[in-house]
Design a protein around this ligand. Sequence first.
Ligand code: MG
Length: 351
Amino acid sequence: MDRSHITMAQGAGGEAMQGLIKEVILKALATDTGSPVQLTDLDDSSVVGDVVFTTDAHTVKPLFFPGGDIGMLSVCGTINDVSVLGAKPEALSLAMVVEEGFSADDLERALTSAGETAKAAGVPIVTGDTKVVEKGAIDKLVMVTSAFGYRHPKLDENFERVHITRQTKKQWLTDSNLGEGDVIISSGYLGDHGIALLSFREGYGFKTPLESDTAALNGLMDTIINVGGVVAAKDPTRGGLANTLNEWAEKSGIGVHVMEEDIPIRQGVRSACELLGLDPLEIGNEGKVIVAVVEEAAEEVLAAMRSHPNGKDAAIIGRTDASLKGVALETEVGSLRVMDPPIGDPIPRIC
Ligand code: MG
């Protein structure tokens, strides 16, 4: 890692960011709290006593984009990080740093959106902070949201169903929980958020206009946990599916085998990626969850996901495979290639 200056890649969710996290951030901040899920686990949230807690900073550019805006994104992203660990989010905080000269109408628009999104998701914003900095000190507006929640009331039953098949390392839906025979499900189309934002920002004007998938997933997670048999869940944000599956494979110590033809990707995203030389599996999402489920429960979980508006395009995309190391992608022509973790996100500032 370059120790003299911070680079964009170090904030992009891939390998370069892992270097910054492990060599600097954890070294400075980590303390062993004795909790089953803590900072050093690098999961979506941490567990503190009976509370699940998380925080996110949002620097998306532009602030308003097709399918969402910074206010909606901030609320959804944080609700999702609490939800995918197996908790029910209870309340949010929202802090903002505003650049002097920023449009008051735009600030109101972003905050109204945050408030409406929080209300619709049933997770109120209960505290916050506002700072204004001089022109040029930041780019317009930064929002920081935190949330806490409690263990989902059905999470114990969810794991009882898992434990009929096998034991798990953790009793939360963590990255380290995958084991032999698990089925991997995507809740829907991948790559929409990053590509919608990039094409809008750069004015590409693709034939099919794409919208961000930004959505709060606490309702969908509720549906999934109620079925039971889920071992892990993660929202594939920066670094996309490739990053999610590599984190799972590494932390769980098991290979993952995915089928390219089964991964839902819209034609518009596919074409844009081909044109721009991007891999849709490395593109960030803001309204999708990847879940690992014991085989016995997979079809039932899939059906439940499809019955929910945020999971109607859900699909089984792969399985764990103890004979593999890392992530293998079986291509449409039947060859197997390594799906490496992305170095950095190819599209900066999408969240
Ligand atoms: Mg996350």
